[in-house]
Design a protein around this ligand. Structure first.
Ligand code: DON
Length: 343
């Protein structure tokens, strides 16, 4: 047998291992597919074009195995999920102290687009709400807007292992309608919290929100953070190890907006959601979850995404503070790899 034949028969044998986890994910997808609660976001006109039936679940382990079901190759805009990762880049650019002098890390209990700053320090409350994310975008280094955007796109490539682009129609739609974000930026300028390059920082913020990703990308991004900042498939470092804990901590306390308290109570995993319908959730040292389903609840979180993460957390005892043993032991379920071809 030639070497090529050997390799392809090895790949085939890996693919044909029937993974109980794959079966579990299929059942999960089937269970929540018919859930029709929530509304597709329409405050950005382009987002209203999403099909409420799109639904993908992907799990990537820190040892590089990827399991997926449903619409995991479908591209959609990352939206607010970008905020956690751009915060990591700002930390790499300036260090913890400086970034923290511009953006606090306190949960707000307010909606993501609230026009509110800390009364004492004038800082936005945290990098996950729009005010904090716009101030964070202002911190990204680069000679001009093009270079800053390129650094953000390159960063996402390190997390996912593939190239990313900005979806121009969503970017232009946000830019044309984002006057509330413009108001927030000017309020921060008034307090001297951001530079006066208002349109440039807003452009970067709208562009980072309009980057196209898949549920698989979101799982890889979470798995990379779960793996200490190194993409478990490519072996490349995506973020300085020093700042992994900063990003994960803010996701834990602020990632699901004014649902963050209930989310940590019920699901117990650091996570970030976006109005495009994505959620990325981290089980440190174990795995990353990426879900995609556009219908959102009133707080802007994907309805099916919440259900899926809650089920995975409960069924495999993934809650960070879970001290009880779970019925299902993860390691016994995740044999095989159903996405071997993609990698
Ligand atoms: O600022 C905005 O309106 C969006 N570009 C990002 C919002 C977002 O994803 C909030 N999420 N749930």
């Amino acid at each position: 047998m030639t070497e090529t034949n050997n390799l392809s028969s090895l790949a085939n044998s890996i693919q044909t291992i029937a993974s109980p986890f794959r079966t579990y994910l299929n059942e999960l997808h089937e269970r929540y597919r018919s859930e029709m609660g929530g509304e597709v976001a329409d405050y950005i006109p382009e987002l209203a074009l999403a099909d409420p039936h799109w639904f993908g679940i992907c799990v990537a382990t820190t040892d590089g195995r990827v399991f997926e079901v449903g619409d995991c190759d479908k591209l959609f805009t990352i939206q607010s999920i970008s905020k956690a990762f751009v915060f990591g880049l700002a930390l790499e650019d300036h260090g913890r102290e400086y970034v923290n002098s511009k953006v606090s890390v306190e949960p707000t209990g307010e909606a993501f687009n609230a026009i509110v700053l800390d009364e004492e320090t004038n800082r936005p409350y945290n990098p996950m709400v729009n005010a904090g994310a716009i101030a964070t975008a202002d911190l990204i280094k680069g000679a001009n807007g093009t270079e800053r955007l390129k650094r953000v796109l390159d960063m996402f490539q390190r997390y996912t292992g593939r190239e990313h682009t900005v979806h121009m129609p969503v970017f232009l739609s946000e830019k044309a309608t984002g006057n509330r974000n413009r108001a927030i930026a000017y309020l921060m300028l008034n307090f001297g919290m951001v530079s006066d390059r208002i349109e440039e920082m807003l452009d970067l913020y709208f562009q980072q929100c309009s980057i196209l990703v898949t549920a698989r990308d979101l799982a890889m991004m979470a798995a990379t953070l779960a793996n200490g900042g190194v993409n478990p498939v490519t072996g490349k470092r995506a973020i300085d190890q020093r700042y992994v804990q900063d990003v994960i901590s803010v996701m834990l306390t602020c990632g699901m907006y004014d649902y963050s308290g209930e989310w940590i109570y019920r699901v117990g995993l650091p996570a970030k959601s976006g109005v495009g319908g994505g959620i990325t959730a981290i089980a440190p040292e174990k795995l990353g979850i990426g879900t995609f389903s556009p219908p959102l609840d009133a707080k802007g979180n994907s309805v099916r995404g919440i259900q899926v993460c809650q089920a995975l957390s409960q069924d495999f005892g993934l809650h960070l503070f879970n001290a009880a043993s779970s019925d299902r032991v993860l390691e016994e379920w995740i044999v095989g790899n159903d996405a071997i071809d993609g990698w």
